[in-house]
Design a protein around this ligand. Structure first.
Ligand code: SF4
Length: 352
């Protein structure tokens, strides 16, 4: 059995041709999968009976089972827990922004990167998600909210390091941006990486990887602090990372987002802010900084800084003309905020 949501458009066409069907059928099938979002071949009424029977016998289109969803009383964000075919689970978060909706998708079950402040990585990496499992998160949540309210933005910021699941992340971005498939704007998709230098370079050299926005988890302004918080930094050194980010080609007006989780007493001092200025001041038009106050989770060893500290840190950056935004994380009351997603058994709320 193949899952049709594992195919980019070209692959879908080739699959049909190789099995004796007309090329144009790919447009019809893509429309049913990504525009109408049907979950059964029987609903694809403009396909011939012969093709529908072939698809039923050889293909599948569904891969996620919704186990539960939970909505934040504070800001309306919704967290979804899915069961995969092998019974592993992953989470997706729908975030209500002022004028649009953003979906935060997962790319792995667990994560091997091991950031010290992150809840997701506590069980290590279990496996990569398939392309269809990444794409299906969007399709199912869009179906859940109804077609009248289009989810226009996607951030690859859920469970996992997207560039460690390179091929499936790439194919899912192709499907999301292809006008014949989901058809979202490239500038409304953001890949968030922990800063694996070789993979970032590979993505920018790869002509088939659609050019979308990049966010990098920086989290510290010096090598020693970053190494403490993000062991991956031992081999992906800060200086080399910043050099890479300076050199990659950017579309006019686009900036790289530097994510910075602020942790009390660890990386939130005025000296840290000044060191961050030193690190990026020269290229400040290339970057914007997202400050994310740490969201404590059960048994976490770190704390969230007080509001004055967060604002003081932000001020140092703005005083040096570095575009800085504080992400007062959405969905904190449902553990849907950054770094809080984790495979776990929370089935008591809104079971489906
Ligand atoms: S913050 Fe992201 S990259 Fe780091 S361990 Fe967590 S999921 Fe992995």
């Amino acid at each position: 059995m193949v899952n049709l949501k594992d195919f980019n458009f070209q692959q879908l066409e080739n699959y049909l041709i190789n099995n004796g069907f007309e090329k144009f059928r790919a447009v019809q099938i893509a429309k049913w999968l990504y525009i109408k979002k049907v979950d059964s071949f029987d609903l694809m009424t403009d396909l011939s009976k012969n093709l529908r029977n072939f698809l039923k016998e050889n293909c599948e289109i569904n891969s996620l089972k919704l186990l539960y969803w939970e909505q934040s009383k504070i800001d309306g964000s919704i967290k979804f827990l899915w069961e995969l075919k092998d019974k592993n689970t992953v989470e997706t978060v729908l975030i209500n922004e002022k004028d649009h909706k953003t979906l935060c998708v997962s790319t792995q079950v667990g994560c091997a990167v091991g950031c010290k402040f992150c809840f997701t990585t506590k069980d290590g990496l279990i496996r990569n998600l398939e392309t269809n499992e990444i794409v299906e998160q969007y399709i199912q949540v869009q179906r859940f909210v109804g077609n009248e309210e289009r989810i226009s933005n996607i951030v690859y910021m859920g469970m996992g390091e997207p560039l460690a699941n390179y091929e499936n992340t790439k194919k899912s971005v192709q499907i999301f941006t292809d006008k014949r498939m989901v058809g979202l704007s490239n500038r409304k998709i953001t890949i968030s990486s922990s800063g694996i230098i070789a993979q970032i370079k590979k993505m920018y050299e790869d002509k088939e990887f659609p050019h979308v926005k990049l966010a990098v988890s920086l989290n510290a302004p010096t090598q020693s602090k970053r190494e403490f918080l993000m062991p991956i930094s031992q081999t992906n050194r800060l200086e080399e990372l910043i050099k890479t980010l300076r050199e990659i080609p950017l579309k006019p007006g686009w900036r790289i987002t530097l994510e910075y989780v602020l942790i009390k007493g660890v990386n939130d001092t005025i000296e840290d802010a000044k060191n961050l200025v030193k690190l990026i001041k020269k290229d400040r038009n290339r970057f914007k900084v997202n400050l994310i106050p740490f969201n404590p989770y059960p048994l976490s060893e770190f704390e969230r800084p007080e509001e004055e500290r967060i604002l003081a840190f932000e001020k140092v950056l703005w005083d040096n003309n570095i575009a800085t935004f504080i992400r007062w994380s959405k969905g904190r009351d449902i553990s849907a905020a950054c770094g809080q997603l984790r495979k776990k058994d929370l089935l008591q709320i809104n079971p489906v």
